[in-house]
Design a protein around this ligand. Structure first.
Ligand code: FEO
Ligand code: CA
Ligand code: CA
Length: 691
């Protein structure tokens, strides 16, 4: 059978689950089996403890009180001159009132069996899709037709596997108009395309289903659900030929030039977009995460090895159509160096050129989230989602100017970059590798932000600033940061300035030859993950911090050793593999999960966590996603008693002829679906509301 007629993905494992986490299909397609291969980080950084720091009080650790926290919120408020950031970090209106009760009241749902193909919401709530894979975005765009897909149509339709999502109110619309952003992390050709589709066509449609989408929404009033508007002025698809400007010190470097871009400043496309963040000035940040899975390399250079690029054909084989995806091709040796950045887009200007910010470093960015320090500098936190990789922080050179959006959109182009080192305060013997809380009652300690770039210059011996920002993992290895259990979303609270790090899992911790449990990553063979809470010492730009674990995840009823900041373990919703984080308007943390089926054996979901007061640590499940799916991109508009999630990879383990899910267009048994109606799952953004 020729390449053009062969199914591309027939060699993919179709059954079973990989060690410790996802289905084998998700691992192959989403991360290029990042967790099955060798650990990329072979550096010899070791863990360091400082018992003396145990004497520092929690009060001192906070660094600032309520007044300081309020200043953070006010300092980051979006003015009328800028787009209103509904639910984003720039707007936390209820923060001024302190930790009040949320208007979004619900009775938690029980854990849902992983095989259930349904969206489960609390009693009194209902849900509907806002937009689905394949929905037409522009005037004249054809409706989705599962059996007749083309690249030309897909380029004008909503992409596949939506991950980071936000909804920003359009200024002057009185709450009746908004713009929705979603990125599209990857594709699953096994369930998207009929076997009769030629391989070239699959590749072309698949490419067009990657990238980003911006779509306008409308509603009659604040009590009605949002619907998307086909042909609206702000609608836009960002595709693999969309040009991004590279900013910061790596722009123009010889490390990023190619035959097509001899100046090293303009990059086609964005890949592996995972989580993200919304800035106080109303732009969207998106993290290029598993970009390595799209490139064939030499597989032997230090850069290829540290980023997991191999010489094997890629899962999607785009290298057959476009030489830039094979970096062994003359002129394209640096193409992979042009991915792995934080992307910034302006959803309010469909003609704007999006950016990739080299100042925030190049690694498998889960996402990035911004807070404005009391000094006015912008601080962005970002996790590198790989076993035993690191946590980073960027501090802008210039200061935020309220109302000056043009200026604020330059802030992520220049600044200092740091990587985190955590030090525990309990004796090594008390960290038993199971998650048992040490004798001082807490997994906690001190930390330091180790400089990689300061004042535009490299802080890493033997590496130029360009090298530090293109090979950030190799640079970080040299300064001794802490190896984490896959840092996913990192989200600062606008209510307290505390920073939350979702460490999703690490099935290799404690294995032969690998680092064992430490106080900040306290479980060997970490299946269920944990959440770190960081309190900067003083201003958010500080290079010192205190830390503690908010929770050590799992299902206490199954006998897992868990910790929920002292909240009774028999009164929480079981939770596993925390991934994306969000806050509601009164400062509660919301967590979406990815991998719970392979952890606690239940469907992934969305959970509310109380952070302050007597119920600190209480976990309540709000929602569960359909079979094989992952919960992404939570948006909590609790003031309007509504929540949004992106449902990613529903039915992942099925095949086109044996689908595991029919989300979201469930059809009653015995009825015939109309032409064009999905009989394949369609990843979608879902709104949950009272009804
Ligand atoms: Fe794409 Fe780290 O999850
Ligand atoms: Ca301790
Ligand atoms: Ca994620």
């Amino acid at each position: 059978m020729s390449e053009s007629t062969a199914r591309k993905f027939t060699l993919l494992p179709m059954l079973g689950h990989t060690k410790g986490k996802r289905s084998a299909v998700t691992c192959a397609l989403k991360c290029d089996n990042a967790c099955s291969g060798d650990v990329c980080n072979t550096s010899s950084n070791s863990y360091f403890r400082d018992i003396a720091s145990a004497t520092m009080s929690r009060r001192a650790a906070l660094g600032f009180g309520a007044a300081g926290a309020l200043a953070v919120v006010l300092g980051s408020a979006v003015t009328s001159a800028e787009p209103a950031v509904a639910g984003g970090p720039g707007l936390a209106p209820a923060a001024k009132e302190g930790f009040t009760k949320s208007k979004l009241k619900f009775t938690p749902i029980p854990s849902i069996d992983a095989a259930v193909d349904a969206v489960t919401v609390p009693e009194g709530f209902t849900w509907q899709p806002v937009i689905r894979w394949g929905d037409p975005i522009f005037n004249g765009t054809p409706d989705f037709d599962l059996n007749n897909q083309t690249a030309a149509a897909q380029e004008k339709q909503f992409g596949y596997n939506n991950d980071y999502t936000d909804i920003l109110e359009i200024p002057g619309s009185k709450g009746r108009r908004a713009v929705l952003f979603a990125n599209h992390e990857y594709t699953n050709e096994n369930i998207m395309f009929p076997a009769t589709m030629p391989a070239e066509q699959m590749r072309a449609v698949g490419q067009a289903a990657h990238g980003l989408s911006v779509v306008e929404l409308e509603r009659k009033n604040k009590n009605k659900p949002w619907t998307y508007v086909k042909g609206a002025p702000l609608n836009r698809r960002y595709l693999n030929n969309t040009v991004y400007e590279l900013t910061g010190p790596a722009a123009g470097s010889a490390l990023v030039t190619t035959a097509e871009d001899s100046k090293g400043r303009f990059i086609k496309g964005t890949l592996g977009n995972c989580a993200g963040g919304t800035t106080p000035w109303g732009t969207i940040l998106s993290g290029e995460e598993n970009f390595q899975g799209y490139f064939v390399g030499n597989g032997t250079s230090a850069g290829d090895k540290r980023y997991g690029i191999t010489s094997k054909p890629t899962a999607r084989k785009w290298e057959l159509d476009d030489p830039r995806f094979d970096t062994r091709t003359a002129g394209y040796e640096n193409e992979a160096n042009r991915f792995g950045y934080i992307v910034e887009v302006d959803p309010f200007d469909p003609t704007s050129m999006p950016k990739k910010h080299s100042s925030l470093g190049r690694f498998k960015h889960e996402g990035a989230n911004v807070i404005i320090a009391e000094s006015g500098h912008v601080v962005a936190y970002s996790g590198d989602d790989e076993r035993f990789d690191y946590l980073y922080k960027f501090v802008s050179k210039d200061k935020y100017i309220e109302g000056d959006r043009k200026h604020n959109m330059t802030l992520l182009s220049a600044g200092n970059l740091y990587v985190a080192k955590f030090t525990g305060n309990s004796p090594v013997a008390e960290i038993d590798g199971k998650g048992t809380v040490p004798a001082d009652g807490s997994f906690d300690g001190t930390g330091e932000w180790l400089p990689l770039v300061v004042d535009g210059a490299s802080a890493v011996k033997g590496m130029s600033v360009e090298e530090v920002l293109v090979y950030t993992r190799l640079a970080a290895d040299k300064v001794g940061p802490t190896k984490m259990d896959r840092a996913e979303d990192v989200e600062p609270s606008l209510h307290t300035g505390k920073v939350y790090v979702a460490c999703t899992n690490n099935s290799d911790r404690g294995k032969a030859g690998k680092e064992g449990a430490t106080e900040v990553n306290p479980r060997n063979l970490n299946r269920d993950g944990h959440i770190v809470e960081i309190t900067e010492t003083g201003d958010q730009t500080s290079t010192k911090f205190q830390w503690n674990l908010l929770m050590v995840c799992g299902d206490p009823a199954q006998g897992d050793v868990t910790y929920f900041s002292g909240f009774p373990v028999d009164k929480v919703s079981p939770i596993s593999c925390p991934d994306n984080l969000a806050f509601d308007s009164v400062g509660n943390l919301w967590i979406s999960t990815d991998g719970a089926p392979s952890g606690i054996g239940k469907a992934d979901g969305l959970f509310k966590v109380t952070l302050e007061g007597a119920e600190r640590g209480k976990v309540e499940q709000f929602l569960a996603v359909p079979r094989d799916g992952e919960t992404c991109g939570p948006i909590i508009h609790d003031e309007e008693r509504t929540v949004f999630v992106s449902v990613q990879h529903p039915g992942e383990d099925g095949s086109f002829d044996d689908q595991h899910s029919f989300f979201p267009d469930y059809v009653a048994e015995g009825t015939t679906p109309a032409r064009g109606q999905a009989r394949a799952p369609r990843p979608s953004v879902v709104q949950v509301f009272r009804g």
